[in-house]
Design a protein around this ligand. Structure first.
Ligand SMILES: [Zn+2]
Length: 508
């Protein structure tokens, strides 16, 4: 989005045997807002998918009495449904068990071997199966996995593996971070990663020979699950054959990830790409975690506030999307609760936006038979002239909250115009020119809001568009559509149901 070249954004591929929670919905929604905005300005593509290899999956499959392939095939549909459940529209969904992915992984491995960065060695160390990670003895905590979220027992492994010479890329990574501070945002993650680089980078093993649920290597063993997983971002574009030209058009793109996987995406992945002679991602954004507010009373129908499906059923996908993008700066941790969601739904959406639409169309109905009048002055036009560019810039920099703040300034301004100019008085005193000017500004302002809010709330923006009596959807090129005066005089509006009916807490 910052440039005119085609835009490509990815979510992480989700670990198949997990359960979709609010964090997954959050990542997918953020990527969707970004790509919908990018599509309003040019060519854009979004990718999501599932991470299906590794010993953890093999163990879970065995426990379920299935082959790993049967197991992942059974789980994949619930992840495929995740994004559409929240109206997040991705162009592709990749599973790491697909042949197109294996081909790309082996090609990348061969390229890295040809560049002299992949060598054979013996790995001995403590292995945490849950994290699929080797830990040095010194890092263990009471003989267990040092990951504070894990702390599971580790096992001693000794195997002949392929290693990646990550150490050779230490200087280049240091230079990348220094010369391009925007490569990884927010600043807190950037600081963490530069500290890791400064501690010194060690080569690490990129294959496993102790189990076989992975992409098989010629000569034995399988690729390490993390090595294979990262490659999805280009295998999904058809690299290396690139028969459809997607790789050439869309790579490099940007990655949206959770902060816990920043090291893989900003240290290991760039080094792998450099080793293969390929461009690295333009940018990585590591967002924060969503926590459940302690002490929150949750309605019994809702179960857990971390269950995004229950929240969607209660509030609708659009209200949930709005909440997640508005509640906190993208990048920070924040807490979610049913009360907070209800508050934003009733106040921001119902009272501010929903009422603006309802009041405006009701007055237009009453005073002008629902027909959009002639515009007259340009009072509002001037105030919104550079709004689309500001909103676009905020979204491009993942400042979703700030983008919504800008949009809400218009909502407030239009509501205030009604309160101050009192259309009912204008009507009573037959001040028709002023009344027409105000009614036109309200409808045209709502048309703009519908286009600008489409990336955030596609359904409700579409409903606004329809109530304004417009054809199609508000999915439009901003450049063409956001020209003040675009709403045709004579348009017959079509007021409908309230956009955001009030949601009250369940009776005690
Ligand atoms: Zn662990």
């Amino acid at each position: 989005m910052p440039s005119q070249r085609p835009f490509y954004v990815t979510t992480p591929i989700y670990y198949i045997s997990g359960t979709p929670h609010i964090g997954h919905a959050y990542t997918s929604i953020a990527a969707d807002v970004l790509v919908r905005t990018a599509r309003a300005h040019g060519e854009a593509r979004a990718l999501t998918g599932t991470d299906e290899h590794g010993q953890k999956v093999a163990n879970a499959a065995a426990a379920a009495g299935m082959t790993p392939q049967e197991y992942v095939d059974a789980l994949a549909p619930k992840w495929r449904e995740l994004a559409p459940s929240f109206d997040a529209r991705f162009d592709d969904f990749i599973r790491t068990t697909e042949p197109r992915h294996a081909r790309a992984c082996l090609a990348l491995f061969e390229r890295m071997r040809a560049s002299g960065d992949v060598y054979e060695g013996v790995y001995e160390g403590w292995y945490c199966t849950h994290d699929e990670t080797f830990w040095p003895e010194a890092k263990l905590v009471d003989g267990r996995c040092p990951n504070p979220e894990c702390r599971r027992p580790v096992q001693w492994l000794s195997e002949k593996n392929w290693f990646f010479r990550l150490s050779a890329y230490e200087e280049r990574l240091r230079h990348l971070f220094r010369s391009n501070p925007d490569f990884l945002r927010p600043q807190s993650r950037y600081n963490e990663m530069t500290a890791i680089i400064d501690e010194g980078l060690e080569d690490f093993s990129i294959s496993r020979s102790s189990f076989d649920w992975g992409i098989p290597l010629p000569g034995g063993g399988v690729l390490y699950v993390w090595y294979d997983a990262l490659i999805n971002y280009i295998s999904a574009l058809g690299w290396p054959d690139d028969r459809d030209g997607l790789y050439a058009r869309f790579w490099p793109g940007m990655h949206i990830i959770g902060k816990e996987i920043a090291r893989f995406h900003t240290i290991i992945w760039p080094a792998m790409l450099w080793s293969a002679g390929l461009p690295i991602p333009t940018r990585v954004f590591a967002h924060g975690w969503i926590t459940s507010e302690s002490g929150t009373k949750i309605g019994k129908s809702l179960g857990n506030a971390m269950d995004p499906f229950a929240l969607r059923d209660e509030f609708g996908a659009d209200s949930l999307r709005y909440f997640l993008m508005r509640e906190a700066p993208f990048g920070s941790d924040f807490s979610i609760s049913v009360e907070k969601l209800r508050q934003r739904h009733n106040s921001d959406l119902g009272n501010d936006l929903g009422n603006l639409l309802r009041r405006s169309l009701a007055m237009l109905q009453k005073y002008r038979n629902g027909i959009v009048p002639q515009p007259t002055d340009g009072a509002v036009a001037e105030r919104v002239a550079d709004l689309p560019e500001r909103v676009r810039e905020h979204i491009a920099c993942l400042r979703f909250r700030e983008a919504l703040d800008e949009i809400w300034n218009v909502v407030t301004m239009l509501n205030r115009a009604i309160d101050e100019q009192k259309p009912w008085e204008l009507y009573k005193h037959a001040r028709g020119v002023e009344l027409d000017a105000l009614l036109y500004d309200l409808c045209e302002g709502l048309r703009w809001l519908s286009v600008l809010l489409f990336p955030f709330m596609p359904r409700k923006a579409g409903a606004m568009w329809a109530q304004l009596g417009l054809d199609g959807t508000p999915e439009r090129r901003w450049e063409d559509e956001l020209v003040w005066g675009g709403l045709a005089t004579g348009t017959q509006t079509n007021p409908g149901a309230p956009l955001f009916p009030r949601i009250d807490p369940p009776a005690a």
